[in-house]
Design a protein around this ligand. Structure first.
Ligand code: SF4
Length: 426
């Protein structure tokens, strides 16, 4: 029997666009949400036909459902119910499936929360980003520390099994002291999960563009430098761990037994189906896998086009993962998780010869103190996690002349490389 699939549902609607956000989300207007939900349900109904046309296997059973965005907590109870009816019409959802809703603090109606629980929802991920009001407001968040703490307490009282949050290191005005305050609040709030990301500086967000080009409108001049941001990341690793939220992945921390099962699928290369705007998928096809991604243009998505394949991004519509690419992915995705990668499993999947070819690079990176081999497992050290991008490229450079391994500060690539996971929630 094929392994169950994880399902990601993208709801790209937000009340306002945060200055740091580089997702395909926007303040599209909630009047369009109803039409979007209908479109999403049609996509679900056509998913099996699309999989058939692409020659990929779509399992009938799902053991995780993740509503991300955007701000899916803006969905009304009726809209959420409609989505689950459509979902259960196409997939058998495991009774103990992990079902997550991303939520902007203060933007989850009581009826929507009740419907989520009725549908088996057991995880809410809050886009806190910072507990310091000045920092949150500087990037366009509408919540305060009080709103966040009240929301966490309300979700816990309502019986949501896992309440988690996202935090960003490197926001404008952030200092070591203010970051400590955010981390302390996160720990004391009793959340079971925290994701910590570095501010991404790129062309796709207003703040990112301002940092690159200069300007003061979005607070670019108050963004901590790269070395400072790296320190903030290190502080988070230490403080969260000491506070009972152990690091289990480069950007993710959880209390015992509360890791995100859905996100682990991405790093373990297990099949997942993404539905909705800009959603990514990876499904098996024979002995390999295919990755594909939906369009990130809302108008294109809303227009049914000429059949189930019409909503794919034009270039590349789908990417076949050959054995070499699969080996590389297994290394750099697997090493993101603290337990690392099992050499035995790699040998079984890719053959002894392929694994042996990487051994000189592994030894070199081990000597640099960035990787350790323990029995049959290789894993990044704490220093290695700070320079994961360097480690990954070194490991995959088999056959190239060895050069010194340089250890700098973690970059966005270190925290995000190869991860199809959405970086920040609502
Ligand atoms: S960070 Fe979240 S709430 Fe802000 S615009 Fe992006 S998706 Fe919307």
């Amino acid at each position: 029997m094929s392994s169950p699939v994880g399902i990601y549902l993208s709801v790209p609607f937000c009340k306002a666009k945060c200055s740091f956000c580089n997702f395909a989300s926007d303040a599209y207007g909630t009047h369009r949400l109803e039409g979007y939900v209908d479109r999403l349900c049609r996509e679900m109904a056509g998913a099996r036909e699309r999989a058939g046309q692409m020659g990929v296997e779509l399992p009938g059973r799902a053991d995780s459902v993740y509503l991300g965005g955007g701000t899916p907590s803006l969905l009304s109870a009726m809209q959420l119910q409609k989505i689950f009816v459509a979902l259960r019409g196409e997939f058998e959802i495991d009774p103990n499936a992990e079902i997550t809703l991303e939520c902007a603090p203060g933007q989850l109606a009581e009826e929507t929360l009740e419907e989520l629980l009725r549908q088996g929802g057991n995880r809410v991920s809050l886009g806190v980003q910072s507990f310091v009001d000045r920092e949150a407001q500087a990037v366009g968040r509408t919540h305060t520390r009080e709103t966040c703490l009240e929301e966490i307490a309300r979700l816990q009282r309502a019986g949501v099994r896992d309440v988690g949050m996202d935090l960003i290191a490197g926001l404008p005005h952030q200092t070591r002291a203010s970051w400590e305050e955010s981390l302390e609040c996160a720990i004391v709030s009793g959340v079971t999960h925290a994701s910590v990301y570095l501010l991404e500086v790129d062309e796709d967000s207003r703040l990112g563009r301002e940092v690159m080009a200069g300007g003061e409108r979005y607070g670019a001049g108050r963004v901590p430098g790269e070395d400072e941001a790296a320190e903030l990341y290190e502080m988070a690793c230490g403080a969260l761990d000491a506070g009972g939220l152990g690091q289990y992945e480069i950007s993710n921390f959880a209390r015992e037994g509360h890791r995100s099962r859905h996100n682990l699928k991405y790093w373990r290369r297990q099949p997942y189906l993404g539905l909705g705007l800009d959603a990514h998928s990876m499904l098996r096809a024979g002995a390999g896998e295919v990755r594909f991604q939906n369009t990130d243009d809302l108008e294109t998505y809303m227009n049914d086009g000429s059949g189930p394949l019409a909503l794919l991004r034009e270039e590349p519509a789908a990417e076949w993962i050959d054995r070499e690419a699969a080996f590389e992915e297994s290394m750099f995705l697997g090493l993101r998780v603290v337990e690392g990668v099992s050499l035995r499993v790699l040998r079984e999947e890719f053959g002894r010869e392929r694994v042996e070819a990487v051994r000189p690079s592994v030894e070199e990176v081990c000597e640099a103190g960035l990787l350790v081999v323990e029995g049959d497992w290789i894993r990044l050290t704490a220093r290695g996690r700070m320079a994961s991008n360097e480690v990954f490229s070194r490991l995959l450079e088999d056959g190239l002349p060895a050069g010194p391994v340089t250890l700098g500060h973690p970059t966005n690539e270190d925290l995000f490389v190869g991860t199809p996971v959405r970086a920040v929630t609502s």
